[in-house]
Each structure stands twice: as C-alpha cells, then as structure tokens.
Design a protein around this ligand. Structure first.
Ligand code: FAD
Length: 466
C-alpha cells in the first residue's frame, strides 16, 4: 500500500504529538504520525506506576488541549502547588489529544507501525500487527520525533550482571515486589531513583532499611520556582536567580554555589559534591524526606550483584537475600548531540528553550508553518541538547536566553509564544503590576546580557552554538 502525506512524523510521544498539533493548527497540510507502540503517548505508556509529571500539568502536553484543570493542590506532598498529572493521566490525555488531529481528516495516526528507513519508493513503514510493509510518499518533510526518545526502566536492559537468586526488580515492579520484612537497595542517581526512595518512605519503610547506591550526586530545582499562572512570579524569580548567578559566576563551581545559596538548586547532601544536572525538580518536602536516607554508597556504577555483595566500579557493598534491589539505572532523558532541527526534507525535533519539551516541539511546528527558509528557521530554533552534567548548564541557559531574544523581534512568533498554554511564562503580562513580578523582571533584565557573555566563556561544550 502506498500512503501519501505532507508530513510523516515518526514517534507519537509528547514531542511528535505537540509538533503535529501545532503544525495542523497553523497550516493546511496533511500530517501522518506513526509509532511502534500500541497507543500514542510515548514513554508514558510504559511508565512506572507511581510516576507523576515533575512539572505542573498546566504547561504540559499539546497546545490545543488543556491537561488537568489548573487546580492548586490543597493536601498532600504537592499542597500549595499546581496539580501534576499521574503517568496514567498523561497517557490518557495523549489519547484524547490525538483524537482531534485525526478527526479533521488532515491527520492520520498509525500505531503499531514502525519506521524502517528510506527506500526507493519513499519512507518504509512496517505494520507490526500484520507484518506488511508500506511505502509512504512524503510530499514535504519527514519529522524525526524520536531522536530524543527516552530510555525508561520498562524497556532498558539491566547494564550489569546479576547472580541467580539475587532479588532485583525494575522500578515498575517495586509496588508488587515490596514486602514488609525487606531491606532495599535503590540503584541509580536520578529522578527515578529519588521517586523510588520517596515511594518507599511514603509507604512507611523506615529510612534505615533503604540503601541508596548513587554513582553521582545530582542537583535538583526547587519546584516552587516552576509554578505558573497565579504563581508566575515564582518562575520569574527563578529566572532572575539564574541570570544573577550566571552574570557573576567566577567559574563553574562558583556558579553552582551561587545557585544553591539563592535556593534555586539543591542537592540531597550539601556536604557532597554534585556533578549531575538533568533539569529535574523536587519540593522542599521531598528533599527533607530523601535526606533521611543516610546509607548512601558512592563507589561508582554497579558492575555486578552477587549473592552477598554488590560489586561497583570503585569497591563493593554487602548485600543479602533479604535485600530487594530496585533498578533505576535507565538513562531517562536522551542527551543525544545537537544536529540542525531543520534539514533538507527533514525536521529533527530537539530542545530549544531549556526544560520545555512540549513547548519546543510545538514551537518547531509553528515555525515550520510560518517561515520558508531553513536558515531562518534554524536561527529561531537552534538545538539545545538535554543536560546531563553541571558542565551543560552554561550552554543550555545562554543558548535559551539568546534564542528567546531573537523571538522578541518576530511579532507573529512572540505573539504565539505569549499565548501558548505550553509557555510557562504565559501569565506574566497579567501580573506585570505586582511588585514581586516587577522586582524579578528588573533583576533578570539587569543581568541577562552579562550572564549570556559570562556563560559563553564557561561553556566547555563543543556542539554547534545557536
Ligand atoms: C520518567 C520521565 C518523566 C518526565 N517528566 C517530565 C515532566 O514532568 N515534565 C516535562 O516537561 N518533561 C518530562 N519528561 C521529559 C520527557 O522526555 C518529555 O516530557 C516527553 O514525554 C518525551 O517525549 P518524546 O516524544 O520526546 O519521547 P518518547 O516519549 O520517548 O516518544 C518517542 C516515541 O517514538 C517511537 N519510536 C521510536 N522509534 C520509532 C520507529 N522507528 N518507528 C516508529 N516509532 C518509533 C517510540 O515508540 C516512542 O513512543 C520526563 C521524562 C521521563 C523519562
């Protein structure tokens, strides 16, 4: 069967759907989205049972459809902050978000379809249900919405050896495997490992029964600074702290000391150097809870688990048959190197503005609809890889600020950004008269130019600059 379409989007995760939604809203084109999974939503379809968005639902998803009700939680660990959807809610949301795309008659969603590559008759796609091969004739562009495909616990392969009889589960299976008489060894440094520890603590496992095998220590944002709408002053305050720290930083170490001293970033153990930075966030309550876990093993990555010991890169730790090992070592965010987003006949979706995956995909859709020249599109949307280490912060922030500056001289784009529900600063104009907003904007504007220059000097990356 030969299908023809203007755009073939490979990947129906958040990025592919946010791109398709924005493009279809702005241009009279036919868009086909394919995914090898059974349903749209990408990694959310295989997420661990207790995962939630770490950012508010208010600015997550596709531009045309709200996620949640912009409610401020009154009770629980997120009290006082905007609601954050559970993994199941995000997954259901993306099924709803894909609906309108197909209902217009200009969109098509093919799940259980895998892109194999480019053949002589077009793009080759296999129907995983029937095994049939289809050629897709693409009139305009192939959109790679899986370049940054997330590596998640459900699909990754355990990267170390495990002796027979050792009790090891993926974080997805933790709730089912947890038993009242277990001790736990949580393996991993990032947000998933922090979530696993929080799940154990919230389920009344005493902190002294949890060992955290943490190859790297990580920096986390304070969630307070990511609250939109009525609390948008907090986001602006966070931006001003970034700009102030960037403008005055003597070096990388000094930069992170400044970010920590201002309350912008925190590490679980303030006495231990943290080198990992992945742009994730915790609340003050989560941070305090995680600090109760005192048994932290910092001997590098796990090499193998034997019946009575965990062998690590730089030593070993005791273990035993009463210990449930929880594998949280999947990479999560994919920090693939930058490549131009707009290429001849092709779009490779990547980050542009820091920490805004859905916004970025929709932005690229808007720019694709309203600009003709690839050089101009790439000027407005330079790639900005996901961060992994503290060394990535200067590049990520300076590139974000330079790019945002370029949008300001493009009235149509600025107007779209200002109104997009995916823009975390959307409510700023409505609160412009508030003293807290005015103060934060003033400090941000006073420092951002100097911060861009200083951070360019501190940027050790070799990827193309935007
Ligand atoms: C656990 C976790 C929590 C997160 N929480 C947040 C958050 O709170 N807020 C936030 O802003 N961001 C968050 N992120 C960042 C996250 O990466 C994005 O939010 C987003 O969901 C990523 O979507 P994606 O479409 O880029 O990738 P994916 O969800 O990985 O989707 C890529 C899709 O491409 C498909 N695919 C790959 N190859 C092919 C092929 N050859 N043919 C067909 N299909 C193919 C895959 O099946 C997959 O469905 C989180 C990430 C993780 C891992």
């Amino acid at each position: 069967m030969l299908i023809s379409t203007d755009y073939l989007v490979i990947g129906a995760g958040a990025s592919g759907l946010a791109f398709a939604d924005a493009l279809a809203a702005e241009a009279d084109v036919e868009v086909t989205v394919i995914d090898r999974r059974r349903a749209p939503g990408g990694h959310w379809g295989d997420a661990y049972p207790f995962v939630r968005l770490h950012t508010p639902s208010a600015y997550y998803g596709v531009n045309s459809l709200a996620l949640g009700e912009d409610r401020i939680d009154q009770v629980g660990g997120n009290a006082g902050y905007y609601e954050r959807a559970t993994g199941d809610e995000v997954f259901e949301y993306f099924a709803d978000a894909a609906g309108p795309l197909t209902e217009t008659g200009r969109g098509r969603l093919l799940t259980r379809h895998e892109h194999l590559g480019t053949g002589s008759d077009g793009e080759q796609v296999r129907d995983l249900g029937t095994g049939e091969l289809h050629d897709v004739a693409v009139r305009r562009k192939v959109v790679d919405a899986r370049y940054l495909e997330a590596s998640i616990p459900a699909t990754h392969t355990t990267p170390f050896q495990v002796a027979p009889g050792v009790r090891l589960v993926s974080v997805n299976d933790l709730p089912a495997a947890a038993q009242s008489d277990c001790s736990y060894a949580v393996l991993g440094s990032g947000k998933t490992a922090a979530d696993a520890c929080m799940w154990l603590l919230d389920n009344d496992v005493p902190p002294d029964r949890i060992r955290w095998i943490r190859p790297r220590d990580a920096w986390f944002y304070d969630r307070r600074h990511f609250q939109p709408l009525e609390q948008v002053d907090a986001i602006m305050e966070g931006n001003s702290l970034d700009a102030e720290a960037g403008a005055h930083a003597a070096n990388l170490e000094d930069l992170f000391e400044r970010l920590e001293a201002s309350g912008r970033l925190a590490r679980i153990d303030a006495a231990w150097p943290a080198t990992m930075y992945r742009g994730t966030m915790l609340s003050a309550r989560e941070l305090a809870a995680l600090r109760q876990i005192a048994d932290v093993v910092r001997l590098g990555r796990v090499q193998r688990i034997e019946a009575d010991r965990i062998v690590l890169e730089r030593g070993e730790a005791k273990t035993g048959s009463d210990v449930l090992h929880v594998d949280c070592t999947a990479l999560g965010l994919n920090n693939a190197p930058a490549t131009p987003i707009f290429q001849p006949g092709r779009i490779v979706l990547q980050q542009v503005r820091a920490l805004s995956p859905c916004f970025n995909a929709a932005l690229v859709g808007f720019v694709e609809a309203h600009r003709d020249d690839d050089a101009d599109k790439n000027r407005l949307c330079p790639p900005n890889p996901y961060p992994s280490s503290i060394k990535d912060w200067p590049r990520m922030m300076s590139r974000t600020w330079r790019t945002e500056g370029r949008w300001l001289s493009e009235p149509d784009l600025s107007s779209w950004v200002a109104q997009s529900r995916l823009n975390l600063l959307r409510a700023l104009p409505d609160h412009a008269e508030e003293p807290s907003v005015q103060n934060a904007v003033k400090r941000y504007l006073a420092h951002v130019r100097a911060a861009i220059e200083r951070l360019k000097q501190l940027d050790g990356s070799t990827s193309p600059s935007g």
